[in-house]
Design a protein around this ligand. Structure first.
Ligand code: PLP
Length: 293
């Protein structure tokens, strides 16, 4: 085996330099595909089953037949980690409709393209001690009656446009509202506020991805005896929250110190956020919450 990173592509493990797919892939032509992002901590793949269920459900909605069972996919993920000797990792599974002649007709593709990448990757915004700044984006989250946000598709143009606004404003992240003007989610994270000891977060019906980190945080709050309310949230409530944080596999958990020029409380990490974060970090290293490599 070569020393270079090994990537799973359509049934074989290839060195990174040789891991290619067709330029006729419909994932590239049309964003026709689904993906998952997963992390492994200390030799345990965090919430692997939950991520794979979401992947298979996303594929089913798009009528992409992955062509292997969920258990087989689990084996591929674990083997990719082992081949790369990784115990702490960021894992990306990409499934596309496959390669085929141009034209959106899915029948143009015989079989899906399957890619599994595992590598080291730091949290998107750092370790979490220093918070980030966000803006409220003018880009609205695609409504769920157009594309259900539970389908984790390869189409992230909505989020990328919001992120460009954040970059132009000189801040790290953008929070998108839904069509009714309520808070939806950040580009690739779910949003939470703390107000008078209660945790409040948009309900999935607000048109958000019901993130696996989000669900884990809600579970952590329950264990900690912190009340969680899932309901519509306004920008006014964000600006005047005691604490605001966002969660996702890439970013893990990070607090927001400022939103669209409004400092959140004193701008630092709040006490409730600290307690929830500690519990979350405990879960990530608990074999009960994952699958050993
Ligand atoms: C749009 C969107 N919302 C929320 C999340 C957070 O989801 P999870 O916690 O499952 O990573 C992601 C993650 O990629 C995302 O893309």
């Amino acid at each position: 085996m070569s020393d270079s990173q090994q990537i799973y592509v359509n049934g074989t493990y290839k060195p990174k330099e040789e891991a290619y797919i067709s330029v006729y892939d419909h994932g590239l032509f049309y964003g026709d595909g689904v993906y998952e992002a997963i992390r492994a901590y200390d030799g345990i793949v965090f919430k692997l089953d939950e991520h794979l269920v979401r992947l298979y459900e996303s594929a089913k909605s798009l009528r992409i037949d992955i062509g292997m069972t969920l258990e087989e996919m689990k084996g591929v993920v674990l083997e990719t980690l082992r081949r790369n000797k990784l115990r702490e990792a960021y894992i990306r599974i990409v499934i596309t409709r496959g390669a085929g002649p141009m034209g959106v007709d899915p029948r143009n593709c015989d079989k899906p393209t399957i890619i599994v990448i595992a590598e080291e990757r730091k949290p998107t915004f750092g370790s979490g001690d220093k918070g980030i700044e966000a803006i409220i984006s003018s880009v609205r989250r695609i409504p769920r009656d157009s594309i259900d946000p539970q389908i984790k598709t390869l189409n992230y143009i909505n989020q990328i446009l919001a992120k460009i606004e954040a970059i132009d404003a000189g801040v790290e992240e953008a929070i998108m509202l839904n069509g009714e003007g309520f808070v939806a989610e950040a580009s690739t994270e779910n949003v939470f506020i703390v107000k008078r000891g209660k945790v409040i977060t948009p309900h999935p019906s607000a048109g958000i991805l019901n993130g696996i980190t989000r669900q884990t945080i809600i579970g952590a709050c329950e264990e900690l005896g912190i009340e969680v309310v899932e309901r519509n949230l306004t920008t006014h409530e964000l600006y005047n929250a005691d604490e605001v944080f966002v969660t996702g596999t890439g970013a893990e958990l990070i607090h927001l110190g400022k939103i669209s020029g409004r400092v959140i409380a004193d701008g630092g990490k709040g006490e409730t956020t600290k307690i929830i974060e500690e519990k979350f970090r405990e879960y990530t290293r608990n074999p009960k919450h994952g699958v050993p490599i």
